[in-house]
Design a protein. Structure first.
Length: 443
């Protein structure tokens, strides 16, 4: 437990530490939170921070923003590590904070990697957050919904940090080259292409970008004039893997995800795995790929194999739990399963047809028989009159109309003969025949 020591300047620190932004104007990225007029920026500038959680990937500014708050606030600021601290240390901090409160001074407690605290440790903060003894700032790379106690989470505002854009990383790299805290006092000869490669290689992580730049400069070729030149060979050795042409925000990103989707649709497992590997090895977020596979499971397979959606969701969960590189095999399993499964786009067609009619008939009234009637007036207006409870019938089905009158007879779900959907097609045909017969008998 120390106060502000995390933020002390030291020339022997790594480049990423030396170049930490000192104020909001130097901070790069997170404009959705810190742009002019944004809520979080106003809270910091007005020194009116509530208890908050910063959630996002490593190297995107969570701890840096805590440093800025520490330098800006008039409150007592205590830096607290969830890795090295336990209940004893928490209680000591809380005792100090309570004393500060009685003297009229606010205390901000910054907890890095708060998800590493167990339930008992998190509970130790709760009463002090509730009565205002402390303002808690927690930083986490994990989903707060799963890793932070609901009682504590409900008393904190969650701010989601986004991965830095390539342009953001380039700004940081160029600043490192020109700033005296970085290499500003040295003569660095590095091409714009090399800066681009490092920025893309960093995958939205400023710390990784700066660490890579530092390694590249330290291994650069120096001439008699003291100029350090970064060669292509040096860059390749420091990155230590082949750089894949892949812009996560550009055309190639969409080209390759399209190739993956269409290879699975065309039942080609080999091509599917290849395009998957192209994305993952270029640094794509595995959760993005997993989300696309989930969409594919319903859009292109649907009821032809309902198990496909279960496989896709399980792959997403696996990616969340273990991350890269381990989750690559989970995604491979999902991709091959999707490629080999029977195909049906009946779900997609059903929704698009219904979407068209819904948009064209937004004011179409709900039929009285399927409206709820919780009040006497609504019953007097015939809400719910004629409703038929399917469970009360022997067949567990009725001939009651559920579509608006203008849409009666419309068909949205049109089953195919693929896989298990052929069984649903047969069942739906029997249901429609039964309802038609009952309607004729009633009339």
């Amino acid at each position: 437990m120390e106060q502000k020591t995390l933020f002390e300047d030291n020339k022997n620190q790594p480049l990423a530490s030396r170049l930490r932004p000192r104020n909001l104007d130097e901070f790069v990225g997170q404009t959705h939170l810190l742009g002019q007029g944004k809520v979080l920026r106003k809270l910091i500038e007005n020194d009116n921070i509530p208890s908050i959680i910063f959630w996002g990937n490593p190297g995107i500014g969570k701890t840096t923003l805590a440093e800025i708050i520490a330098n800006k606030t008039n409150s007592e600021f205590i830096d607290f590590s969830a890795v090295t601290s336990g209940i004893k240390e928490i209680k000591a901090v809380m005792t100090q904070a309570e004393s500060n409160r009685k003297l009229g001074q606010k205390t901000i407690v910054f907890v890095d990697e708060i998800h590493r605290f167990n339930k008992a440790q998190q509970d130790a903060f709760l009463p002090f957050v509730e009565k205002g003894s402390i303002i808690l700032i927690g930083a986490t790379t994990e989903n707060p919904s799963f890793e932070i106690n609901s009682a504590l989470l409900s008393r904190c505002k969650v701010f989601v940090f986004k991965p830095l854009e390539i342009q953001d990383i380039k700004i940081i790299l160029n600043r490192a080259i020109s700033d005296i805290r970085g290499f500003g006092e040295e003569k660095i000869n590095i091409s714009e292409e090399a800066i681009n490669i490092i920025a893309e290689y960093a995958n939205g992580d400023a710390r990784m970008a700066l660490s890579t730049l530092e390694m590249v400069v330290l291994n650069g070729e120096s001439n008699n004039d003291g100029i350090i030149t970064i060669t292509e060979e040096t860059l390749k050795q420091c990155i230590s893997k082949k750089f894949l042409i892949y812009d996560k925000n550009g055309e190639e990103h969409y080209n390759i995800i399209s190739a993956l989707h269409k290879s699975m649709r065309n039942s080609d497992p080999d091509a599917s795995v290849y395009w998957l590997a192209r994305m993952l090895e270029a640094g794509e977020d595995p959760l993005y790929v997993a989300r696309r596979i989930i969409r594919f499971a319903s859009e292109d397979i649907g009821l032809a194999d309902p198990h496909a959606l279960e496989i896709a969701v399980a792959a997403y969960q696996a990616c969340h739990y273990i991350g890269m590189p381990e989750c690559s095999v989970n995604l491979t399993e999902a991709v091959i399963y999707m490629a080999m499964a029977p195909k049906s786009n009946a779900m997609d067609i059903a929704y698009m047809l219904a979407k068209h009619d819904a948009k064209e008939s937004l004011a179409e009234p709900v039929p009285l028989q399927i409206r709820n009637a919780p009040t006497k007036l609504m019953k007097e207006l015939n809400y719910g009159k004629g409703y038929q409870f399917a469970h009360d019938t022997e067949e567990k089905i009725t001939a009651m109309k559920c579509l608006p009158d203008s849409l009666i007879g419309k068909e949205y779900y049109i089953p195919t003969e693929q896989g298990l959907e052929s069984k649903y097609k047969t069942k739906l045909e029997k249901i429609k025949e039964w309802k038609q017969r009952k309607s004729l008998e009633t009339n």
